[in-house]
Design a protein around this ligand. Structure first.
Ligand code: ARG
Length: 276
């Protein structure tokens, strides 16, 4: 990757406050129902992340939290939008099913973008990433734990952009956004071992200049980052990952998000991008 100046692009994001965040059920290996969550701390950390994004010049919409949906703070899972078209989620587990309609309502009222709920199980941006300048606009999609491969075909038909299917193989990295991230419109970073051998080959072919992360980075949720093309927002634990992206010309911005890691998520999981 060249060391040219990395330019930020103004983004519009969607977040949901962790007002009702708890870990009362376990649907991924990070969730431990025996350790109580400090919801006040979660809320403080969340607010700092939101302010960090607005201070960088980005717009942040907020969707109301629902008491019966404790995982709703992970707003990335509610939908995936590209070119002002919304492919709505259909959650794998019943505990989160109600979140899909809340997100659809948001898009119908706030952005007025056409929103279609997927027929196939898919968890929105948790398993879909978009690179507007790679090969004319390409979607990367994960399957293996949450999103069904059939959802990849469905997303391609609804969004009209090529979808590359990637198989996730490590339950610790159960969503694509725990193992791979867009650093800008064309470049990605990923942790190869989270993917099948064949999917690693596909990634090497399409992105020979990717920033390669290791297991320590992935376990620190260092891949679960939000980037505006220059500023890479990632949690404080992921220091080594921050230095890796710095070496490639990006500017790491660390935020403390430890309380939300208890639910199995970090920066990217709690931020959905609205792409016009
Ligand atoms: N507890 C949530 C779940 O297991 C965490 C979701 C994390 N979100 C993400 N985009 N990776 O569904």
């Amino acid at each position: 990757m060249s060391q040219t100046e990395r330019l930020p692009r103004k983004r519009t994001y969607l977040m949901c406050p962790p007002e009702h965040f708890t870990v009362d059920y376990a649907i991924n290996p990070w969730m431990d129902t025996s350790v109580p969550v400090d919801s006040g701390l979660a809320l403080k950390q969340w607010a700092i992340l939101r302010d960090t994004l607005t201070d960088l010049g980005h717009a942040v919409h907020v969707i109301d939290a629902k008491p019966e949906l404790p995982d709703m703070v992970y707003a990335a899972n509610g939908a995936f939008s590209v070119d002002g078209i919304v492919y709505g989620a259909r959650f794998r587990y019943p505990q989160r099913a109600g979140e899909a309609a809340e997100h659809r309502k948001f898009y119908e009222t706030a952005t007025k973008w056409p929103a279609t709920q997927g027929q196939s199980v898919n968890e929105g941006e948790g398993d879909f990433a978009y690179l507007p300048a790679a090969y004319g606009g390409m979607i990367l999609a994960g399957h293996g734990f949450r999103t069904e491969p059939a959802a990849h075909l469905e997303a391609q038909e609804i969004l009209g952009r090529p979808v590359i299917s990637l198989q996730l193989v490590d339950p610790a990295f159960y969503h694509l956004d725990t193992a791979l991230a867009a650093l800008d419109d064309r470049h990605i970073t990923y942790y190869p071992e989270a993917f099948s051998e064949a999917s690693q080959r596909v990634l090497r072919q399409l992105f020979p200049d990717a920033v390669i992360a290791d297991r320590v980075d992935a376990e620190a949720f260092g891949l679960n980052l939000v980037s505006d093309g220059r500023h890479v927002i990632l949690n404080t634990e992921a220091r080594a990952m921050g230095e890796k992206v710095r070496a490639h010309g990006y500017e790491p911005v660390h935020v403390e998000l430890g309380e939300l890691k208890r639910g199995g998520g970090s920066v990217k999981c709690v931020v959905a991008e609205l792409r016009q």
